[in-house]
Design a protein around this ligand. Structure first.
Ligand code: SAM
Ligand code: SF4
Length: 457
């Protein structure tokens, strides 16, 4: 295993944040021009952008959007979290599931997992992100694996869940191998904060082991999982430090494994049951948008996720800065879909239905997608990055977004969303670069109308 310093050097980050204070106009323009080349930025460049005066924010946002459009296009991929168990042995000061909270806990039976999956399929979802508290007795890895198998086995009407991503506590190579074998998509784990003294203050229990958390993605890679997700819980410590440390972590993975993280998550601290309300490092919405733009410019090929922790208005702004995936119609309590809610992990700020979120995305001129093709034909890790890097994503992802949106419109959409969705499909169909793929997409759209499903490139 490496040393912490190999992944991020706290002293160097602090120095960079000081030495790049008050960057000149020339320096900022140089960095933005470099960002437009889409080869990423150095930590020093990112530190200068972090320190850029307010008057440059618009320029930074424009550059981030240009990069997002070039690489990811206009697509926004949708998913829902599925909370499976809120039993937890840890005491994370910010989380409603911490061990001191004496409210009743629940863990879904496999029958309940199946019911919740049916409910989510009937909304139109195709991708789930599983969430578990850490509890070796109540939630051993074999239970996690059985949950995944149960979800993949459910067929409901024309739908099924085609990709299961997982967010569980840091674990061993052996356990990660089991997750890989169960067919997970991305393994996500957030460092929460890279600032060790703050991390130590906020955690108790097995998660308090900073190195266990920091080296988890390396163990996942060793187990053969090549799509991993990183994240910071913004608001625990100074976002400037945590953003640079997150970038450094991504650069380390890229250098060491030949592929960087598949996704960054940018959760922001939200009110949670039995959790204190005031936090000294709270991040405001403008700062969050700046973080997203800086991450987009610094690591252009890593997907970026925003959740329903954020208000619709902020989410929609973030889509035009670099976000490529978003959750919709989420519930943060186990068994909460369609049922009375149990203990919530934290409050969400976007209560809209999936249909309304989709309508909102279309109204912004963007293209909602339920695509899961890459993972299912093995275009993961480096293979995915290889198609992403030369901009080829438009010949694969745009048609796949169109086809999966068409499925949604046929099977689940409200009439107005269907009308708007069909129009946006026509708009983007014309923008598929390859005429051959364009023609094939038209043929496949007709096949979907005749009742076929799950067609992809
Ligand atoms: N228990 C595992 C863990 O902690 O790594 C799995 C994920 S936990 C259910 C999901 C994430 O929720 C945590 O990593 C944390 O970043 C986030 N979270 C916890 N409390 C939160 C809060 N009050 N507001 C926003 N996000 C929160
Ligand atoms: Fe448990 Fe995860 Fe919440 Fe910490 S963040 S208390 S480990 S569920």
């Amino acid at each position: 295993m490496p040393e912490i310093k190999d992944i991020f050097d706290a002293e160097r980050i602090k120095k960079l944040l000081l030495s790049t204070k008050n960057p000149t106009k020339k320096r900022i323009e140089e960095i933005l021009a470099k960002a437009e080349k889409m080869k990423g930025l150095s930590l020093e460049d990112a530190a200068s952008l972090i320190n850029a005066p307010k008057k440059y924010t618009d320029l930074m946002f424009k550059t981030a959007w240009k990069i997002k459009k070039e690489i990811y296009g206009e697509r926004i991929v949708l998913f829902a979290p599925l909370y499976v168990s809120n039993y937890c042995v840890n005491d994370c000061e910010y989380c409603g599931f911490h061990i001191r909270n004496k409210e009743k806990r629940i863990k879904l039976s496999l029958k309940q997992v199946e019911q919740q999956t049916r409910f989510l399929i009937n909304m139109g979802h195709k991708r789930l992100l599983l969430e578990f508290g850490e509890h070796p007795k109540m939630c051993p890895i074999d239970y996690v694996v059985d949950t995944i198998k149960t979800i993949y086995s459910v067929k409901e009407g024309n739908g099924s869940i085609r990709r299961v991503n997982v967010n569980i506590a840091a674990t061993t190579v052996e356990d990660y191998k089991k997750l890989k074998k169960a067919g997970i998509g991305t393994y996500q784990l957030f460092q929460e904060t890279y600032h060790q003294p703050t991390y130590a203050k906020l955690h108790n229990g097995p998660k308090a082991d900073f190195e266990r958390q920091l080296f988890a993605h390396i163990r996942a890679f060793k187990a053969g999982i090549d799509d991993v997700g990183l994240g910071v819980l913004f608001g625990l410590y100074d976002w400037r430090f945590d953003t640079l440390a997150l970038l450094s972590h991504a650069q380390y993975l890229d250098k060491t494994f030949g592929v960087g993280p598949h996704t960054f998550s940018v959760p922001r601290l939200q009110p949670a049951p039995t959790v204190k309300e005031k936090w000294p490092y709270a991040v405001n919405e403008n700062e969050l948008l700046k973080i997203i733009a800086i991450l987009r410019m610094s690591v252009p090929y890593t997907g970026m996720i925003i959740s329903t922790r954020e208000r619709p208005n902020v989410r929609e702004k973030a889509f035009k800065l670099g976000i490529s995936q978003t959750s919709a119609a989420s519930c943060t309590s186990p068994g909460g879909y369609g049922k009375k809610r149990t203990l919530n992990q934290f409050q969400i700020s976007d209560e809209r239905s999936l249909d309304k979120v989709i309508e909102g995305i279309i109204d912004k001129g963007l293209l909602p997608s339920f695509c899961t093709a890459c993972y299912r034909i093995g275009r993961t890790g480096k293979d995915f990055m290889d198609i992403a890097k030369p901009g080829e994503i438009h010949n694969f992802c745009r048609p796949n977004a169109i086809l999966t949106l068409k499925e949604y419109l046929e099977d689940y959409a409200k009439p107005l969303t269907k009308e708007k969705g069909l129009q946006i499909i026509q708009k983007y169909l014309k923008l598929i670069p390859s005429k051959v793929i364009q023609k094939k997409t038209v043929e496949r759209l007709a096949r979907i109308e005749r009742g076929q499903r799950d067609l992809y490139f």
